[in-house]
Design a protein around this ligand. Sequence first.
Ligand code: 13P
Ligand code: SF4
Length: 316
Amino acid sequence: MKNAVVSDVVAGILELKERLGATILAHYYQEGEIQEIADITGDSLKLARAATQVQSPVIVFCGVHFMAETAKMLNPTKKVLLPDLKAGCSLSDSCPADKLARYQEMLRINGRRFQTVTYINSSAAVKALSDWVVTSGNAEEIVRQVPEDQEILFVPDRHLGSYLEEVTGRKMILWNGSCMVHEVFSIRDLLDAKKRLPQAKTLAHPECPANIREHSDFIGGTEAMLRYVGQWAEPTDFLVATEANMLWQLQTKHPRHRYHPVPGITCACNKCPHMARNTLEKIRDCLRYGEPEITWQPEFDAARRVLERSLLPSSR
Ligand code: 13P
Ligand code: SF4
């Protein structure tokens, strides 16, 4: 988009936002121009908690469907708008609720005692079937508190699951899902980049496969990455193995460093096509027309209880 058109669209968003009383929440994987107009940016955990504090009548969630759904469940009286209702997630798609329910039933018939720990990247119907919902920010803490006499069924991300097995020493039953963005980082390109920049530190999201994680200096979710680079006083090179828009946030908060995206095997940019469905024009239009809206669904009641006990420690 040309600069003058961008400024017009941004001016329209700001005017509508003021008039309607809307708060814009944006995930770090949104384009920089979207993060720039947001009231709050964050990882999944920060945004879910922030949603509970919103006082304005409208929340515009710039992220994907499960995130907007989570915001609605945690603050049900607000009108929650998602600029593009088709903004999904490959992890969420990999675990349909009916398939999970059948698998849980099979485990129970076989006499297995287990708790289901579910990554937040999942539908409300899947959350409703779970004992715990975790994000990259609190997964380790929750896994550690599941009683030892119970097995853990971890869904849907097998890579985050195997990372949690490594750090907690707890063996889990892993669902076979993965993130289409983190799954495709190229180990060959990462090793080449490390040769070119031997002094660089490598950051990897725990949704990355083990071959990427084992060549990394730091493994953590997006909020943890921000904290980690913030600790380096000296200008440093970082190779970043997560969705490429994260570089905008890193650059903005900690501009003294240099950031280099780790390329993927299928595409050099590693942008999430689901996150990319949201645009400035769609944000303006959802404010203008009051839709697409996340409306209350029957499964939200049960999912909400799991979300609250998992993400809001004060409600445990
Ligand atoms: P976090 O930002 O919570 O680490 O999540 C990453 C992600 O893949 C969101 O879809
Ligand atoms: Fe889902 Fe991966 Fe996109 Fe996050 S980056 S929304 S996990 S597909």
